[in-house]
Design a binder for this molecule. Structure first.
Ligand SMILES: C[S@@+](CC[C@H](N)C(=O)[O-])C[C@H]1O[C@@H](n2cnc3c(N)ncnc32)[C@H](O)[C@@H]1O
Length: 382
């Protein structure tokens, strides 16, 4: 049972409802400047890019990284889909996870049997719970407080193993103490995963789901368990290995999941050339990343082309294109308007805002303050 609700303050509508869908031909040159075909350049606030599977290094002039093949953006015509903004998708936790408390730049979370303390730059307020509760946590991450920063785990009560079993939305997987403070799952995504599960279960056909930047595969397992045929793409061999371990843990080996270790952009370009289509696409790109052959991913450079290609590989009866963006200096409006431009003429609606986790206290049921975790934008057909 997912404890979440959607709030849509200031719901607005614009653009032409029911506009006739029009799909431009892939590869058709754009009338607009095709900025996505420019070579990726480091951003001003660039730091060494990291991903959640393995550490990756910033491209250096001396050793240019392999460039992913690109194409110009397609000139989109037709009305921009109507909008719903802001949409705050809020969760009070689900399955084995909830946020207990937050404050003083930290968060205290429950992951199954363990209470875990990690840095949380947005928690500017004081904690609600007493210091001895925080001090008594099972695992504390210390080190670089920056998102994805390196550091190490301290276990104040007793030494813990690297992994432990967890469950979310009926799917088993392993929690994992990683060197980059992550724990093998991004539970704030459960609102999207629960939405996807509903779509898959309600469809009267096996839906094809594409999970880009899929990490340890929890979303892929949720989709497959609900009845979808899933394609999971991640650049990290290690993350794909963990995803396969998760599949085995839940005895889900027979479910139709293709685990693909590849650069996400390269993969979707190939799918576009082959004419392969998907009913639901989830894309959760990091700010920086690297493909397995050194292909560089810079969100601000490559997102327009990524969404452009994703639109081309949505099936005619597609049910959604869901984008989340973490730790970027941007408003949700930047991905919202990009999504609306990309989906011009497709009808449907684009809704965007933030994914938020609400503190749930020690018992997991006492609502406290809201902690924003990421921006999102999704196109849905209605
Ligand atoms: C934010 S995490 C995704 C989290 C995941 N969606 C979830 O909720 O569990 C980013 C993932 O992107 C992967 N990645 C980074 N650069 C990539 C690239 N160029 N192509 C494919 N995957 C990439 C990393 O290996 C990492 O697993």
């Amino acid at each position: 049972m997912v404890k979440h609700r959607e709030s849509r303050p200031g719901q607005k509508s614009a653009g032409g409802l029911g506009a006739k869908p029009r799909r431009d031909m892939p590869g058709k040159p754009s009338a607009k400047p095709a900025h996505a075909s420019r070579p990726a350049k480091p951003l001003r606030d660039a730091k060494p890019p990291r991903d959640h599977g393995e550490r990756v290094a910033e491209p250096r002039a001396a050793a240019p990284a392999a460039a992913a093949p690109e194409r110009p953006l397609i000139a989109r015509t037709g009305e921009r889909p109507p909008e719903r903004v802001p949409v705050i998708l809020e969760s009070l936790g689900a399955g084995d996870f909830h946020l207990i408390d937050s404050g003083n730049g930290l968060k205290l979370e429950q992951y199954g049997p363990y209470r875990i303390v990690r840095p949380e730059a947005q928690a500017l307020w004081p904690p609600s719970l007493a210091a001895h509760i925080w001090d008594n946590a099972d695992a504390i991450f210390t080190g670089d407080t920056d998102e994805d920063g390196m550091g190490r785990w301290r276990f104040p009560r007793e030494a813990l193993g690297e992994t432990w079993p967890l469950q979310l939305l009926g799917v088993d997987f392993l929690g994992r103490f990683t060197a980059f403070r992550h724990v093998g799952v991004f539970p704030e995504q459960i609102v999207h995963w629960a939405w996807m599960k509903e779509q898959v279960e309600a469809a009267k056909r096996p839906l094809k789901v594409l999970n880009l930047f899929g990490y340890t595969g929890v979303a892929s397992l949720v989709a497959a368990a609900a009845g979808a045929e899933v394609t999971h793409v991640d650049a990290s061999k290690k993350a794909i290995g963990w995803a396969r371990e998760n599949q085995a843990l839940g005895r889900m080996e027979k479910l139709p999941i293709r685990w693909i270790c590849e650069d996400a952009m390269k993969f979707i370009l190939r799918e576009e050339r082959r004419g392969n289509k998907y009913d639901i696409i989830l894309t959760d790109p990091p700010k920086f990343g690297r493909g397995p052959n050194g292909e560089v991913w810079h969100l601000f450079e490559h997102l327009p082309l990524m969404l452009d290609i994703c639109r081309e590989i949505l099936s005619p009866k597609a049910l959604g294109l869901v984008l989340t963006a973490y730790s970027i200096r941007a408003s949700f409006y930047s991905i919202h308007e990009l999504m609306r431009e990309t989906m011009r003429g497709a009808g449907g609606v684009v809704e965007s805002g933030e994914l938020v986790i609400r503190e749930a206290g020690l018992d997991g049921r006492t609502p406290g303050r809201a902690l924003s975790t990421s921006l999102f934008s999704r196109w849905v057909p209605k």
